[in-house]
Design a protein around this ligand. Structure first.
Ligand SMILES: [Zn+2]
Length: 254
């Protein structure tokens, strides 16, 4: 069994065929998925989906690209939901907008503190911003748990994440021929520190690159990780889903 620890099947890209998408995922052995919120609309949609489908769990938070029109207080009551397993996604994004870094930092800190208060892991997004996010979270070492999702920084930075006791989220980019750094990271670090994800509908792996991504394609991420590490994809699936169960407490949430 494989867990897709990060998908946005709460977006309009899935309005037409979500039942089929979830069915296909289960056929590909991806029977648990974490649906990640980004703003009020998608957080509410996350709650609706996790109440409708077995095997779906939620993360509630405000994406760093959405801090300008976000209501942080609105997320707090949703964290009590029994199938909400994480706070996020949160973090820092300097790819789309560098002008509001102070606000992004303030929101990231709010998310970190609420995750500690609710004893929930954090789902952290960074883009062109690893150092900024790392400097903020570093003082919370030992108090926070979570994942740097769709990891895209260096091996050295991956080791810093592991030193904080956090996980590295590996997605479809690992299947891209030019993703040499990410392949090197996967080769070097232990499976014990990895989670698999799709970030659907984005970052579609080979052989579907260019099309809409969907949770079932975590299978291709799993196979590529196995190939790089020279272990069977069963071992990758088992170890990374054990990690996901442990981090997000999925067993207790069924
Ligand atoms: Zn995401």
């Amino acid at each position: 069994m494989i867990v897709d620890t990060h998908c946005h099947i709460n977006t309009k890209a899935f309005d037409q065929d979500l039942n089929e998408v979830i069915k296909r995922a289960i056929e590909l052995d991806v029977s648990k998925m974490i649906v990640v919120g980004m703003d009020s609309y998608h957080n509410d949609k996350t709650i609706e989906l996790i109440e409708t489908y077995d095997g779906l769990y939620g993360a509630i938070g405000i994406h760093p690209c959405d801090v300008e029109h976000a209501d942080f207080n609105a997320i707090i009551p949703l964290l009590d939901h029994k199938k909400v397993v994480a706070v996020g996604e949160t973090g820092i994004d300097l790819y789309w907008d560098k002008t509001n870094l102070d606000k992004q930092k303030a929101y990231f800190i709010k998310h970190i503190e609420i995750s500690i208060k609710y004893n929930l892991p954090l789902i952290i997004h960074t883009r062109d911003s690893f150092n900024e996010a790392y400097e903020i979270i570093k003082p919370y070492k030992g108090k926070v748990k979570g994942v740097f999702h769709a990891f895209s920084s260096s091996l050295e930075d991956a080791l810093k994440v592991i030193d904080l006791g956090l996980y590295i989220g590996i997605g479809g980019v690992v299947t891209f021929p030019k993703a040499e750094t990410l392949k090197e990271i996967v080769k070097h670090i232990s499976l014990d520190h990895m989670l698999l994800e799709t970030d659907s509908p984005y970052l579609t792996p080979v052989p579907f690159r260019g099309k809409r991504n969907e949770p079932g394609y975590t299978k291709y991420v799993c196979e590529m990780v196995g190939k790089i590490k020279d272990v069977s994809s069963e071992v990758v699936a088992k170890t990374t889903s054990d990690n996901a169960h442990k981090l997000f407490g999925l067993e207790q949430k069924i």
